[in-house]
Design a protein around this ligand. Sequence first.
Ligand SMILES: [Ca+2]
Length: 163
Amino acid sequence: MREKKKAFTLLELIVVLAVLIVLSGVLLPQVNRVINKARIAKAQAELEHIKSAMLAYKEDVGELPPAGSTPSEGNLDGSNAESALLSDDGSTGWNGPYIDSSIGTDPWGNHYRYEDNDGRSGRPVSYLLSYGPDGAKDISNPHTTSPSGIDDDIYVVVYNDGD
Ligand SMILES: [Ca+2]
């Protein structure tokens, strides 16, 4: 005796597809929100980790890793600061390495940013920054203790000479 073939009818398939489309429309924004929250948490954790490494360097050497030859906010990966944390930069007291591997980009693929105030007056805050999910800088004055316009930027004060 031949078994009767069980198959979906076209109508059943259309109903299943419609349900899947509606479900994905409801769930996708939720999933995106969760992913973004996880990325923000990851960026905050990475910045705190780098901050700890910089403070350990400061403890040994007496000052924060150099931001660069021209003091201004710059990319952290590939910077003098990154190499000073990774390998002996010749500073007296250097006792690293302070980080295990090169500092990559933030979870959105953009550079982490760093500026060391380097003792300049009116710019007391040395900081680390991720431009956040939008990839654009929102903080209008990172050198104050309460910078305005944070928006989605992720900002960590490494050291505040104004304290
Ligand atoms: Ca931003």
